[in-house]
Design a protein around this ligand. Structure first.
Ligand SMILES: C[S@@+](CC[C@H](N)C(=O)[O-])C[C@H]1O[C@@H](n2cnc3c(N)ncnc32)[C@H](O)[C@@H]1O
Length: 627
């Protein structure tokens, strides 16, 4: 539960065009004679406890990587009195798609030769890769706009007076959000609608003009905003009149003979149509394996145009970390927020390679139970014993039902973890569940189960539901979802040993070597088993051959990253990485952020005695051991 709620910047501007057919997070508290309206926006942004997970360097600029929802990240910043000078967000677009990440088994140092032989003959991708869901982007418009409204109000609350905000969307929902932005920031504070034209997109043939652009809407918080004109090179030099100022007026300059003068101009001001190529899978430098990753060139323009060195640049839907990486490279401070663990790890590794200093915070809001909300939601459905889809129940309320030998069908409600606005079980939500969900169930239903992740006050809500539900004889059981997951998260296991050695050179320096003998992740094993079973079933149905993915006995190919901490032995202290190795998808190691052409040999060395060891598996789960 949130520690408290912090007021938003709720004053939307009078007299603006508004969308009139959605409730703007107002929720109707309709129950027995009451049709009162509870404005969630009045409740404020939820402030949760935070945990410092890692510190890299001294970090005098207070650069932050925050794992958490945009709303709670803003609540944290507001509470700490941190304001931001530039915001870029590239939130889910309501594109109707789920985004996945390709997960690769790595090169196992003990099996390198066998794998190399196998690579000669087999389709290696098929042999060692699978997909993991990262985030979902399936919304109905009304829910999306309510959610976005609250996010934009939260972001405005932490923007400094001369800050600007760039909101990156596309044709799916962009123009509805523009009207929201007029309402929240004011039409007078609209600066530009930028068209990002990614001319190099391979658009499939279809009965429309190829869709090769996104919209980036730029607003400021006040009329005093930072704007630095940006220039780009012309393809061909152009003749331009030379102008000069006389008494504050620009006039044409003339030579001694009275003729107007020209110069050859090689650059031009960047206008609101940006021709920036989108990243291609074949690009070798930028892509970090994150679906929807945007090019650095795009962020470079934004950051240079709307901030100065030393200012704070924030991205609350940071994904691969492009904003933080470019901000850091351009001498700005950065704040990266995202709910997904893959995003946090990706930006962390990306910034480490730039030698950036930062702190990683995790917001304890109960959503990050698993790697990300989509996977948590899927996992929960699979974990609730006996839960099955039930097409005869209203999907707005019931995820499915459980069949009980005595009570018959028991409808089950699960909160939608992807939608922060319906995550807390409060009176409006409970009232709706009773009035529109439970009351409409047939007479044969004796009991329902309502799972909650966050509840306003358990006893208060319980007695509220009982009171509202008097007209039915249906029993309502409230259950805490967190317990379902706590019971099943299995830590990974590793077998390792630490020894001292001396370097072979003249200096004979004492060093420490940690050897990983084996590594086992039940979570990966279960995932691979499930994929193999699915593949075999499909193969049986289609008659096509299927190659099983397999893991070796020592499991070293399921490791993505290893780090040792030589400063803290306390398990709860923020991580301090004294030495780290990341194994890339080709098996080469990235040591302390620097790429190399060496393969991993199953060890990690450090100058100091390692006190803790951290291993991240290829799906992104991290486990820490004391040495
Ligand atoms: C389109 S991607 C951002 C891509 C990013 N601009 C880049 O270049 O890599 C959207 C991101 O928003 C994150 N996300 C979705 N809902 C969120 C929420 N409520 N709060 C914070 N992050 C969220 C997803 O995990 C995803 O990484």
């Amino acid at each position: 539960m949130a520690i408290k709620y912090i007021p938003y910047y709720p004053d939307t501007l009078e007299g603006q065009a508004i969308l009139d057919n959605f409730v703007r997070t107002r929720r109707i508290l309709r129950y027995q004679g009451s049709d009162g309206i509870v404005e969630r926006i009045k409740r404020g942004m939820p402030l949760f406890e935070t945990e410092s997970k890692e510190k890299s360097g001294e970090n005098p600029d207070h650069n932050l990587i925050i794992r958490g929802e945009c709303l709670s990240a803003c609540a944290y910043l507001k509470e700490k009195d941190i304001s931001v000078d530039l915001v870029y967000i590239d939130p889910p677009f309501a594109s109707g798609a789920d985004y996945a990440k390709k997960v690769y088994l790595r090169r196992n140092p003990d099996k390198a030769q066998q794998i190399a032989d196998a690579e000669q003959q087999l389709d290696i991708d098929e042999l060692r890769a699978f997909e993991e869901k990262m985030y979902g982007d399936i919304w109905d418009k009304e829910r999306y706009l309510n959610w976005m409204y609250e996010n934009l109000c939260a972001i405005k609350s932490v923007m400094s007076e001369n800050a600007s905000i760039y909101v990156h969307l596309d044709w799916h929902i962009g123009h509805y959000v523009k009207i929201l932005m007029d309402e929240i920031f004011g039409e007078d504070n609209f600066i530009n609608e930028i068209t990002w034209y990614y001319y190099n997109k391979m658009a499939p043939k279809s009965a429309c003009f190829p869709r090769t652009s996104d919209k980036i809407m730029l607003y400021s918080k006040s009329v005093n905003y930072i704007f630095n004109t940006q220039y780009e090179e012309r393809e061909k030099a152009q003749k331009q009149l030379v102008r000069k100022f006389v008494n504050g007026k620009a006039i044409n300059a003339r030579d001694e003979n009275g003729n107007v003068m020209y110069v050859e101009s090689f650059e031009k001001r960047i206008d609101d149509v940006w021709r920036v190529p989108m990243l291609q899978p074949a690009d070798t430098n930028e892509p970090v394996g994150y679906a929807t990753q945007k090019p650095e060139a795009l962020l470079e323009r934004i950051i240079k145009a709307s901030s100065d060195e030393g200012m704070v640049v924030a991205d609350f839907f940071g994904g691969s970390g492009v904003t933080a990486a470019v901000a850091n490279r351009l001498g700005r401070k950065f704040i990266h927020g995202d709910i997904g663990i893959n995003s946090i790890q990706t930006v962390r590794d990306r910034l480490k390679a730039q030698n950036a200093e930062f702190e990683i915070l995790e917001i304890k809001d109960g959503v990050s139970l698993y790697r990300n909300p989509v996977q948590t939601q899927d996992k929960l459905i699979s974990l609730i014993k006996g839960l099955q889809e039930n097409p005869s129940l209203d999907k707005t309320f019931w995820t499915g039902s459980i069949n009980d030998s005595k009570l018959g069908t028991i409808p089950v409600y699960l909160p939608n973890l992807l939608d922060s606005s319906s995550r807390v079980l409060d009176k409006p939500q409970a009232g709706r569940l009773v009035l529109e969900g439970i009351s409409n169930l047939g007479d044969e239903i004796k009991k329902v189960i309502i799972y909650y992740i966050d509840i306003e006050d358990y006893w208060d809500i319980k007695s509220f539901i009982d009171k509202q539900n008097q007209s039915t004889l249906i029993e309502v059981e409230l259950r805490d979802l967190k317990q379902v997951l706590d019971d099943v998260v299995l830590e990974d296991e590793a077998d390792f040993e630490v020894s001292e050695f001396e370097t072979q050179d003249l200096f004979k320096v004492k060093m420490y070597k940690t050897v990983i003998n084996s590594f086992h992740s039940d979570r990966i094993k279960m995932k691979i088993n499930a994929l193999n079973n699915k593949g075999e079933q499909q193969a049986l149905a289609s008659g096509k051959p299927f190659k099983r993915l397999s893991i070796s006995d020592n499991g070293l190919e399921t490791i993505e990253y290893i780090s040792v901490d030589c400063q803290n032995s306390d398990k709860t202290a923020p991580w301090h990485s004294d030495s780290e190795i990341k194994i890339d998808t080709s098996g080469f190691i990235i040591k302390d952020g620097k790429k190399s052409s060496e393969y991993w040999d199953g060890t990690i060395t450090s100058e100091k005695n390692p006190l803790r060891l951290k291993i991240r598996n290829i799906c992104g789960d991290e486990t820490i051991w004391n040495l």
